[in-house]
Design a protein around this ligand. Structure first.
Ligand code: ADP
Ligand code: DP6
Ligand code: CO
Length: 332
């Protein structure tokens, strides 16, 4: 009998300021463009992987629910890769807890697959470097490559499995945060993967996205270096709007926006008129994320509480990279 002892691993979600939207290689998850994100402390996934010769199949539970379809398939990609590195063929049991709504545009695939990459590698005592973990996580979900690191992170698109990897740009130990407006935490109709592949294949606006991305990336790197929250916000907002524009040019066209999203975006513009330095970004879902200083976001949360339930408004600060949890946090 072969048993490994393994630890629970925590990965925090990240929200892109310059979006990853489109794959150059579907199987390896090589993106069409670099992306830049901020890892946040507000939402995360805890995962434990156990390899055991007594298991007869790979299993995955998320929040106690056994997963079978696409989620298990994605998890197996990571398991197969670590089994190959360790040169073993044991089956694994994955136990995962999402402290983030699953598949709602709140980046559960980023924290979920990063935590899985960390936990699978931990379970087999692989001692992978952060860059190797980033590449491993990428094979499960592109955005997960960035959740290995804390603070501001850039995912270098690269042109091969080895060169497509994320790295920390800045530890974000300055005053920047996000306020999440949770408008709908149900599973979205069009997954990120499906949305981006339809857009790459059919959107008449997609070439314009690629033609202008280098400017957005350069401007964002500069804004982060300058710790200029207004610039970070302006560039992130225009990049997000451009990404969502490409979806409208797809065939068939689609959007992740709801009427509530539009209302929230309008509220942000109104707050700017009143003098707040606040901007928004949105991902593959209807929820809206505000970017600002912690003091202003705290005030804004207060102001918005007349439109939303307390549970819909969640403040987040920059978060750390992959973390090994002390044993007493989870017991089974
Ligand atoms: P999101 O906006 O939440 O990232 P995606 O469509 O990108 O939505 O990804 C959601 C998918 O990520 C889920 O359907 C599941 O396959 C996978 N996923 C989410 N959480 C976990 C987890 N904790 N462990 C393994 N896979 C997960
Ligand atoms: C809009 O990483 O979820 O959030 O690689 O297919 O799993 P897959 O997609 P995913 O896409 C994230 C898209 C985005 C932008 C971003 O996070 O950069
Ligand atoms: Co995702």
């Amino acid at each position: 009998m072969t048993t490994y002892t393994s630890s629970w691993i925590r990965a925090y979600t990240n929200i892109a300021l310059i979006k990853y939207w489109g794959k150059a290689d579907e199987a390896l998850k090589l993106p069409k463009n670099n992306s830049i994100s901020l890892t946040l402390d507000g939402f995360y996934t805890d995962t434990l992987v156990q390899f055991d010769s007594r298991f007869t199949a790979d299993t995955l539970t998320i929040d106690g629910q056994e997963q079978r379809g696409a989620a298990l398939k994605k998890a197996k990609i990571i398991l197969d890769l670590v089994r190959e590195i360790a040169d073993i063929d044991l089956k694994a049991k994955i136990t995962s807890l999402n402290y983030v709504p699953t598949a709602a545009g709140l980046a559960s695939s980023a924290s979920g697959l990063a935590a899985l990459a960390g936990a699978a590698s931990n379970a087999l005592e692989l001692k992978l470097s952060d860059a190797e973990l980033s590449r491993l996580a990428r094979r499960g979900s592109g955005s997960a490559s960035r959740s290995i690191f804390g603070g501001f992170v850039e995912w270098e698109k690269g042109d091969s499995d080895v060169t497509s990897v994320a790295k920390q740009l800045d530890s974000a130990s300055w005053d920047i945060g996000m306020l999440f407006i949770i408008l709908d935490s149900r599973q979205k109709a069009v997954s990120s993967s499906e949305g981006m592949s339809r857009t790459v294949a059919t959107s008449v606006f997609y070439p314009a996205w690629l033609e202008t991305i280098e400017w957005d990336l350069a401007d964002m790197r500069q804004a982060i270096t300058d710790q200029n929250i207004q610039q970070v916000g302006e560039i992130a907002e225009r990049n997000a709007l451009k990404m969502h524009g490409t979806n409208l040019g797809a065939n068939p066209p689609f959007t992740y926006w709801s009427a509530d999203s539009l209302r929230a975006m309008e509220q942000v513009r109104q707050l700017r008129q009143e003098g707040y330095t606040v901007y928004f970004t949105m991902d593959a879902g209807p929820n809206v994320k505000l970017i600002g200083t912690s003091q202003e976001l705290k005030e804004i949360k207060e102001r918005l509480s007349k439109y939303y339930d307390p549970a819909q408004l969640i403040l987040a600060q920059p978060g750390p990279g992959l973390t090994v949890l002390p044993e007493h946090v989870h017991t089974d």
